[in-house]
Design a protein around this ligand. Structure first.
Ligand SMILES: Nc1ncnc2c1ncn2[C@@H]1O[C@H](COP(=O)(O)OP(=O)(O)OP(=O)(O)O)[C@@H](O)[C@H]1O
Length: 611
């Protein structure tokens, strides 16, 4: 495999564009939410296209009057100068009407476009944050960022600069065609015949453009994914001197992106060029046939002038449509990609029936029983990383999960919090299947502290409350309980100190301490510590240990630790190996068993940690 082989996580680029009509229908609910703006912009279409269609007629009448050909009867009754003045007045009125209608419509349509784009973006964000962990396992962040930003933007452009405009162009074309047929049907027929090959060509180029556009967006996603990965892992990139290697990789993906964009440019230009060419041929054709008719005195010179103006006007909306073509196709690709994401199922859903609340059941002091009933689980179908787990953690008991790397300890926790669902079996808390407990309640009930805590950009206070309604006193109390109050007060602005994205302006240990306060304020009944104290120095760990002892009173706790010395005092230890519980008991019992635990313990005692 070369370094340039495509990202295995990327979807294959063989893509079948969806039907435009179905795509547009997907937007219908958003359009329906803003009926007033839509109706107003549609109403404005009529004066806009009618005033546009009248203008060539007026000019044709002026030419007829000047050449003393037959004209409208009310004009013929007036002296020539007065008749021309009347025509100029009508022309001016139509121009002003068109200007006012076009400006108002442009404003309304832009507003509608921005509203719809914002609504789509909000819905997409809500949907993405509701998806389960397995979706994020297989989706690079850059791909999601592209969909939430440039795909939504492309969709917005469709509205902002042309969706209604195309409808307006379409109505204009229709009005012009009808007027032309009334004026002179043979010349109109000639023009219509010329439109047939154009329609065919446009449909062909549209399909090609769409395919190319989809591919270019896929490539843009790859580009964004790579950028995001490099920025996140910049320290590793620099420390391992991968700059040049990664730059080469980036250049390659960038080249692929450029090539795919080139294809879209080709198809876009092809449409414009075809239209330009056909419009010239069509006017030539009208002049030729019209010339013959004038020689035969079938039509007047005025009618031909009006007709030539109409042919130009007919091709104008078509040309405008070609200009909007690129943006439209990008918009359709955007809708396609957004709806793919929107169709991504939310696998971990709330129970529809039999919903049970932990709060109503947990009146007794000692709640927090956890039971795994024959639980099997695999990240991939039929590749089980947890096999037939069957155990009970009584309320208030502290248990430890130990075992070699990759044994499945963290996976047990992810199942308990419903980040993933078991493949078989079930998990119960206080006798209730966790699938029947509202997710919010379940996650309130269980407090988790991982080795690597995630902090958000914002101040310390917000990182403890996470947007929930706690008073400043409660925040301070939680910090005091977990012995982190002194540390926070030592920060430059105490609780108001601003943290950067991912808390990069704090040390690993400081971040961890904040995570403890974050859990303490929520007073969960079950506490999970996944290597929670591993990044703390011995002094801080002792401080935290004291806080933990307070926090753990009457609470069920699951502790994952590689350093077996830290779990010696728990009530029960479960030893895992390759997804199965191979031993269980207290520290002393396990040491006497001469099994895996004893082996691991002895290795650690000798100072050789293989865990
Ligand atoms: N998101 C994932 N997608 C696919 N496989 C995964 C995923 N997370 C973990 N695994 C696999 O599942 C198995 C169990 O992983 P888990 O993280 O539960 O182990 P662990 O005992 O917590 O390991 P450690 O002590 O190293 O943290 C491993 O073989 C791992 O490769």
């Amino acid at each position: 495999m070369t370094i340039f082989s495509s990202n295995p996580k990327s979807k294959p680029l063989i893509h079948k564009p969806q039907n435009d009509r179905l795509l547009i229908l997907k937007l219908a609910p958003y359009v329906r939410r803003n009926p007033n703006l839509l109706i107003l912009s549609l109403i404005l279409l009529f004066p806009l296209s009618i005033s546009g269609a009248i203008q060539p007629l007026i000019i044709g009448q002026a030419v007829s009057l000047l050449r003393q050909e037959s004209a409208w009867s009310f004009l013929e009754k007036l002296p020539l100068a007065e008749a021309i003045q009347v025509l100029i007045f009508i022309l001016l009125a139509t121009i002003i009407l068109r200007l006012i209608c076009a400006a108002s419509q442009g404003f309304i349509v832009q507003k509608l476009g921005q509203k719809i784009t914002a609504e789509v973006r909000n819905d997409l964000f809500t949907h993405v944050t509701s998806l389960d962990s397995s979706f994020f396992d297989r989706t690079p962040v850059g791909r999601l960022v592209t969909r939430l930003t440039s795909d939504v933007e492309a969709l917005g452009d469709v509205f902002a600069s042309g969706a209604i405009g195309v409808l307006s162009d379409f109505i204009s074309i229709l009005v012009i065609i009808i007027t032309m047929f009334i004026l002179q049907w043979q010349l109109s027929l000639l023009l219509m015949l010329m439109l047939i090959p154009i329609a065919g060509l446009i449909v062909y180029f549209q399909q090609q453009y769409r395919k190319a556009n989809y591919q270019s967006r896929e490539k843009l996603s790859d580009l964004n994914s790579m950028l995001q990965e490099n920025v996140t892992g910049i320290n590793i990139v620099q420390l391992f001197r991968r700059e040049q290697f990664n730059a080469e990789l980036f250049r390659h993906i960038n080249q692929q992106y450029r090539n795919s964009v080139d294809k879209t440019i080709f198809h876009d230009s092809a449409v414009s060029a075809t239209l330009e060419w056909i419009s010239l041929v069509a006017i030539g054709g009208v002049l030729w046939l019209g010339g013959i008719f004038i020689l035969n005195e079938t039509i007047t010179f005025g009618t031909l002038s009006a007709f030539i103006l109409y042919s130009q006007r007919l091709f104008n909306p078509l040309r405008q449509f070609a200009d909007k073509f690129t943006m439209f196709q990008s918009g359709f690709t955007g809708i396609e990609r957004i709806s793919e994401l929107m169709n991504e199922p939310i696998n971990i859903v709330e129970a529809k029936h039999n919903i049970q609340s932990l709060e109503t059941l947990n009146k007794s002091e000692i709640s927090g029983e956890i039971r795994f009933e024959n639980v099997w689980f695999g990240y991939k179908k039929d590749e089980f990383v947890l096999k037939n787990l069957d155990f009970i953690i009584p309320p208030g008991e502290k248990i430890a999960l130990v075992g070699p790397t990759g044994a499945g300890k963290s996976s047990i926790i992810r199942l308990l919090c419903r980040l993933y669902e078991p493949s078989k079996g079930r998990i119960l808390i206080d006798g209730i299947d966790i699938r029947d407990i509202p997710k919010v309640e379940l996650r309130q009930y269980i407090g988790m502290i991982f080795q690597d805590s995630f902090l958000f950009a914002g101040d310390v206070k917000r990182n403890i409350t996470l947007g929930e309604d706690y008073s400043f006193e409660q925040i301070k109390e939680a910090a005091r309980l977990t012995n982190v109050d002194k540390l926070i007060e030592d920060l430059p602005q105490g609780y108001n100190s601003q943290l950067r994205e991912r808390g990069t302006n704090l040390s690993g240990g400081q971040k961890q301490l904040l995570a403890f306060a974050r859990v303490a304020i929520r007073q969960p009944r079950v506490l999970i510590l996944d290597e929670a104290t591993a990044s703390l120095d011995v002094g801080t760990e002792a401080l935290i240990q004291e806080a933990l002892d307070n926090l753990l009173v009457n609470k069920t706790a699951i502790i994952i630790a590689h350093r077996l010395s830290t779990v010696r005092n728990v009530d029960h230890i479960l030893v895992l190996k390759q997804g199965e519980i191979v031993e269980s008991g207290t520290h002393d019992e396990l040491v006497n068993q001469n099994g895996l635990y004893k082996g691991l313990y002895q290795l650690q005692m000798m100072g050789i940690s293989e865990l």
